[in-house]
Design a protein around this ligand. Structure first.
Ligand code: SF4
Length: 459
């Protein structure tokens, strides 16, 4: 995609609260009427598709301290006993779920997220991977990914992680500026980040990624320009550039942030525009709104070849058709349903100790949900959907089954974000930047009932 002249004025026009569509229906539509028994039925349906590869997501929630900006499901603890007890329970949860999947054992993707997965030693993480590969067979080219906090890592730890079998590594960087780092309660020396990214490349990881955040307290256009310059010297294969959502009424830890230190809306939009321009100028391919990949990276390749996929972990190259979630708060996508575990570590532990599955809410998709998810995913990943794709899968057409969505696209077509031809919807190059807004036209929940939680804004 040629770069667009992205200006703050343009962004402001489309900067509305809108779901990120890592799932459809979105997680705020999950209900407690989806129980552990509903999950067992979903696992039985998933098991019947024995040839299709699975994805596995494991949530390791511990961090030494909580950062002021944190919005993750985390537990502030470095107590080795607590970490070890959690790991043992996680292994039990895996065994318990696997017992209901006697035939479905191929895996295309394993993701460790958190929290800080590397609060565990490479030896403990290796034990976790061994436990998984005892039950499952990795298909050729399977991705084994881990999120790593450089402050808890070293060159030798990174090399051990590669030796344990991880193939992709993502480092949290966020911002390199001292003032910003103090304002967000996360002080991380650039030398440390450089040490671990270089070690990851030397160790032979397939993809070395970094995460940045814009809109943080004390951030200015100048300070973030320096962060971008330094981030580019790390030569990441992929960059995730997240927008900071300041919601102290929901996230108590964010009361530590001084509101007056936050960049105003104009500055925040300008910081995003600067960042996007910097990555495009450095040769990165924009993936959706907030990801950038080197042209040689698998993610850019998948975008070019129409094989990009989207799950709770964001854009992915894997084609696992179901994703099992393990650990507190984890969400799985299994057998035509979404299922979420207990969000609280004590409640999750209690369910494991009782011999139960820790599922507390979810949703079984209706036929209409399935069709809309298909369309939303196609728009988010391939930037187009047509009758041929839809009728091959569901035996319906866009006009026949989703005419409400086509109608809602009207204003977006006028604004140049999408085009609608008979039997085909396409996202324009400009619309790719606001693809969540285009996808939202097909979200029937959004137009039927208010959101249970406020969505983040498009920018
Ligand atoms: S390292 Fe990440 S998960 Fe842990 S407290 Fe900081 S922001 Fe939250």
């Amino acid at each position: 995609m040629a770069d667009l002249d992205v200006t703050p004025e343009l962004l402001r026009r489309y900067d509305r609260p809108v779901p990120r569509y890592t799932s459809y229906p979105t997680a705020d539509r999950f209900t407690p009427s989806f129980t552990a028994d509903s999950y067992l039925a979903a696992l039985a349906r998933a098991d019947a598709r024995s040839d299709e590869p699975l994805g596995l997501y494991l949530h390791l929630p511990f961090c030494r301290h909580q950062c002021a900006y944190c919005g993750c499901a985390m537990v502030a603890s470095s107590d080795p006993e607590r970490l070890s007890e959690y790991l043992e329970r996680l292994l039990l949860e895996i065994d318990r779920v696997v017992a209901h999947l006697p035939r479905r054992r191929k895996v295309a993707e394993i993701q460790l997220g958190g929290g800080t997965p590397n609060m565990y030693s490479p030896g403990e993480l290796s034990r976790l991977l061994d436990h998984l590969t005892k039950h499952f067979t990795l298909v050729p080219g399977a991705e084994v990914a881990i999120e790593v906090d450089p402050r808890e890592a070293s060159a030798s730890i990174v090399a051990e992680l590669r030796a344990a079998g991880f193939t992709r590594i993502s480092f949290g960087v966020q911002d390199t500026d001292d003032d910003v780092q103090h304002a967000i309660g996360r002080v991380q020396a650039l030398d440390k980040t450089r040490e671990v990214t270089e070690a990851a490349r030397a160790a032979g990881f397939d993809s070395v990624n970094i995460d940045l955040i814009y809109g943080l307290p004390k951030q200015t256009r100048d300070s973030f320009a320096r962060t971008l310059e330094l981030a580019l010297t790390l030569k990441p294969d992929r960059v995730a550039l997240f927008s900071f959502a300041y919601i102290p009424e929901q996230r108590k830890n964010q009361v530590r942030i001084v509101q007056d230190d936050l960049p105003n809306v104009d500055d925040k939009l300008a910081i995003f525009c600067d960042a996007r321009r910097a990555f495009v100028a450095a040769g990165y391919v924009p993936i959706g709104m907030d990801h950038f990949a080197r042209p040689g990276d698998e993610l850019a390749h998948a975008l070019a070849h129409g094989t990009l996929n989207r799950t709770f972990q964001g854009y992915t190259v894997s084609h696992a058709t179901d994703m099992l979630g393990f650990g507190m708060s984890a969400i799985g996508e299994v057998g035509g349903a979404y299922a979420q575990n207990e969000k609280n570590v004590r409640a999750w532990s209690k369910r494991i100790d009782e011999g139960a599955l820790p599922i507390v809410r979810g949703v079984a998709l209706s036929e209409d949900d399935e069709r809309r998810r298909f369309v939303i995913r196609a728009l988010m990943c391939r930037f187009a959907v047509d009758d041929a794709m839809l009728s091959k899968r569901f035996g319906v057409t866009l006009a026949g089954a989703l005419s409400d969505g086509l109608e809602r696209l009207g204003p977006l077509v006028e604004e140049g974000l999408a085009t609608v031809a008979p039997g085909r919807v396409e996202v324009t190059p400009l619309g790719r930047l606001f693809v969540r807004n285009v996808a939202a036209a097909f979200d029937s929940y959004l137009h039927r009932m208010p959101a249970a939680v406020p969505y983040s804004r498009a920018v």
